[in-house]
Structures are given as C-alpha cells and as structure tokens.
Write a protein that binds this ligand. Structure first.
Ligand SMILES: NC(=O)c1ccc[n+]([C@@H]2O[C@H](COP(=O)([O-])OP(=O)(O)OC[C@H]3O[C@@H](n4cnc5c(N)ncnc54)[C@H](O)[C@@H]3O)[C@@H](O)[C@H]2O)c1
Ligand SMILES: [Fe+2]
Length: 409
C-alpha cells in the first residue's frame, strides 16, 4: 500500500511536560543564543505565564527584543515590521510565544531575515525558501495549531483582496518546540474548543491525506483518540490538568502528522473564510469538518471507520459504509456538545462581518480551489463540489444537524 517514497520530517527537539516553559530559557542559553526577537500578541503578553518566561530570560541574561503586535490570522504587514525590527536590533534567533498566529508570524519573519524579498515570493509553491530561518524556539499557548512542530506558516495577504497564503518548506521547521500544558490552563472555553477542533481537523485530515504513511497514521489516530476523550473535559473545566496535558500532546502529535502527511479540503475551504470574514481558524475548520467528511466518505471508508473507533463509537455489526458514516456523526456530536457555531453566516456575524453568499461565493470557491492543501485531499474536488459544501454549511442550523444526527443513531 505504501510502495512510494514518502517523508517524515519531525521537529529536532520537543521539550514537553508541565514546567517545560521554565527550562526553555536555559536551553536557549545552552545553545548559545543571546538576543532573541520574542514574537507574541498583546493578549498573550498580558497573561501571568508571560512574566514567567520574561523572568527566566532575564535570569539567563538573555537580552530579548519584544514584538507583541501579532494579530490573529497574521497579515503580511506584521511580518515586514517584525523582520525590520529583527535586523535593526541585530537579533540572533527567534522565540515565538502564543497560538498559531505568533508562531507563524515568527517563522515568516525568519524567512525574510534569512532570504530577503517579500513573503508573497515564497507562497507560490512548496519548497521555495532557499535558506533556513534563524534558530526558532516555538512555545504554543493554545492546544490547536501544532505550528510549533510544522514547517508551515500561514500569513494573510493584504495586497489587493485578502487571502491566506501558506509558506511550506523544511527550512521553516522550528529548532525546538516547548509544549507545556500548564500554560493552557487559563485558555477560555470558546478558545479551548475552537483550537482543539483545529487540532482534531489536523489529525483527521492527516490520517486520510494522500501523503499519509505509517509514521503519520500512528500519530494522527493517537491524536484523534486523545481529542475525543479529553477536549470535552478541557472545555468543561479548564483547570482539569490531565485533560489540558493530553490536549497539549494531542495537538503536537497532530502537527507532527500533518507536517508530513498534508491536510485537505477542510483547510483549503476554511482559509478563505478566515481571510474574508475574520472567522477564527479553528471555528472555520470545525464548521466545515463534518460536511467535508461526508464528501470524503466514498474515498476512504476503512479509514473513516478507524476514526469512528478512535472516537470510541460502537461500529459493531455495521456494514462498511455505515461504519464510515459514524465518524462524521461523532464529530457532529462533539461540536454540538461543545456548543460550537455551526454555520458560516452566524460565525461571520460573531466576528463582526457579513457573509453574503451571492456576492462572495465565486471568490471563496476560487481561493479554495487554489489552496495548497487541496491536492492532499483523498477525494478529487471540483469548483462545483466546493460550492455545494459551502452552501450546506452557510445557513445550516444546530436543530437540522441534531435531526441528521438522530437519523444516524
Ligand atoms: N503553521 C501551521 O502549521 C498552522 C497550523 C494550523 C493553524 N495555523 C494558523 O494558526 C492561526 C490560529 O492559531 P490559534 O488558533 O492557535 O490562535 P491565535 O494564535 O490566532 O490566537 C487566538 C487568540 O487566543 C489568545 N490566546 C492565545 N493563547 C492564550 C491563552 N493561553 N490564554 C488566553 N488567550 C490566549 C490570543 O491572544 C488571540 O487573541 C491561524 O492563522 C492558522 O491559519 C498554522
Ligand atoms: Fe489548522
């Protein structure tokens, strides 16, 4: 089955476990770096564990420069600004502290610092970054993106119409990932569920992706199992340390898996939604995931049944198609339990924008069609398929979904 040559490209070091944050500065000192650009966002910089990192850096006499302006779905303008500061302040490495947005912003800053030019120059195809980024210590504060262990950076293009560009090249892989679940204890329920569902989307898309191999499959399935079990607990009680710990590891496992296996149509379709309506990345994925799983069903029934088992569903006695369909239902039940917004119109309104199907659909479809992750999807997709999935997700409501769920129980 895996007769072709494929890759597994893990991050060189994962420093992980409760208290890992305290060791990060010491490790940086050990490897000889003294002047990092610390990339974060204002929200993260106001949280108590940020001072913990600062104190440790000072203790180790590491003379950092702070860049705390990163916004969610980071725009190209912040990448330019961060790169200019890095050069002006003669920094020698990068620390990214935050969710996927600051980590991606730091990677993209690194691309410009090492290679010059504009970030758009490196987003046209994979593997177009000639020189490695500087040493990067990536410290996630959400259990979602997995960006601390991926060779990808997602940046919003603001030249002309807004769309999300993915820069993917082994030269973007962080040098060290620091995964400390204690940092995530204060993540509010809405962010916990949206980012956790992003991690679930990574694991599911990686498991069924065309470039999946046995290494990535093990990590992806393990991650799916952990997320179904522990995400509801982490949302219900953020101070449930065991749940936070498992979610922290599950998101890293999903990142390691998709970094080599690729993603699929959910991400290809969610990127235009975030760029156009500012919908948070995890939420956009969560809304689309069950619909894309329905679409993908005929391409990978056995793997879908594996996902249902990993979700702890009983598929005993079901025919292969029914068993595969249980996976999508398990995702719908999970998003319902977590109270996630289930349609694009509502999600856009919640993000302060208006989703106008007639006006926007052609552009959304066009951007999804050209997204770099679409070719990894196990089922080929046309513009008409993508339009049909967007329209199902546009105004579906929770009641309809629950009816759909009941009919499958
Ligand atoms: N490079 C990759 O491999 C990869 C993978 C998936 C997603 N992404 C990208 O990552 C971005 C999404 O990242 P994200 O979902 O982690 O969120 P984010 O980084 O956009 O942060 C969202 C919000 O959460 C807040 N926050 C972060 N940690 C917190 C904490 N511990 N407590 C309280 N608030 C906290 C931030 O201040 C911010 O306001 C998107 O741009 C997406 O495209 C990248
Ligand atoms: Fe994602």
């Amino acid at each position: 089955m895996f007769a072709k040559v494929s890759t597994f490209n893990p991050v060189p070091l994962v420093l992980t476990g409760p208290g890992a944050l305290k060791k990060a500065a010491g490790r940086l000192r050990q490897v000889g770096y003294k002047r990092p650009l610390l990339v974060t966002d204002k929200g993260v910089a106001s949280l108590p564990f940020f001072s913990e990192l600062i104190d440790k850096l000072k203790e180790e006499k590491i003379d950092f420069v702070l860049y705390d302006k990163t916004q969610p779905n980071p725009p190209d303008t912040q990448v330019n600004e961060g790169a200019a500061i890095y050069k002006k302040e003669r920094c020698d490495c990068l620390i990214a502290f935050g969710g996927g947005s600051p980590i991606d912003c730091a990677k993209a800053i690194g691309v410009l610092v090492s290679n010059g030019g504009k970030i758009q120059d490196y987003a046209k195809a994979f593997n177009t970054v000639p020189k490695p980024i500087p040493y990067l210590a990536a410290i996630p504060t959400t259990a979602g993106s997995g960006s601390e262990c991926t060779a990808a950076a997602v940046v919003t293009n603001t030249e002309g119409h807004h769309y999300k560009m993915t820069i993917m090249d082994a030269h973007l892989l962080p040098s060290m990932a620091v995964v400390d679940p204690m940092i995530m204890l204060d993540l509010p329920p809405s962010l916990t569920s949206a980012t956790g569902l992003d991690a679930l989307t990574h694991a599911i898309e990686a498991y069924i992706a065309l470039e999946a191999n046995d290494y990535t499959n093990g990590l992806a399935l393990g991650s799916i199992r952990l997320i179904f079990k522990y995400l509801p607990r982490a949302v219900a009680n953020g101070r449930d340390v065991e749940a936070r710990e498992r979610m922290a590891y599950a998101q890293t496992m999903a990142g390691l898996a998709f970094n080599s296996a690729g993603l699929g149509l959910v991400h290809a379709m969610s990127h235009p939604l975030s760029a156009t309506y500012n919908i948070p990345h995890g939420l956009a994925n969560a809304m689309l995931l069950p619909w894309v799983m329905d679409f993908n069903l005929i391409a990978c029934m056995e793997k879908m049944a594996d996902i249902a088992i990993a979700a702890d569903e009983d598929i005993h006695g079901l025919c292969p198609r029914e068993a595969a369909a249980v996976a999508g239902q398990a995702v719908r039940r999970l998003t319902d339990d977590l109270g996630i917004i289930v349609n694009i119109s509502e999600a856009a309104a919640a993000s302060g924008t208006t989703a106008d199907f007639e006006k926007d659909i052609a552009r959304l479809v066009e951007d999804a069609m050209s997204d770099v992750f679409r070719p990894f999807n196990p089922r080929n997709s046309s513009a008409a398929d993508i339009k049909a999935i967007y329209s199902k997700c546009w105004s579906s409501n929770t009641l309809e979904l629950i009816e759909k769920l009941k009919s499958c129980m």
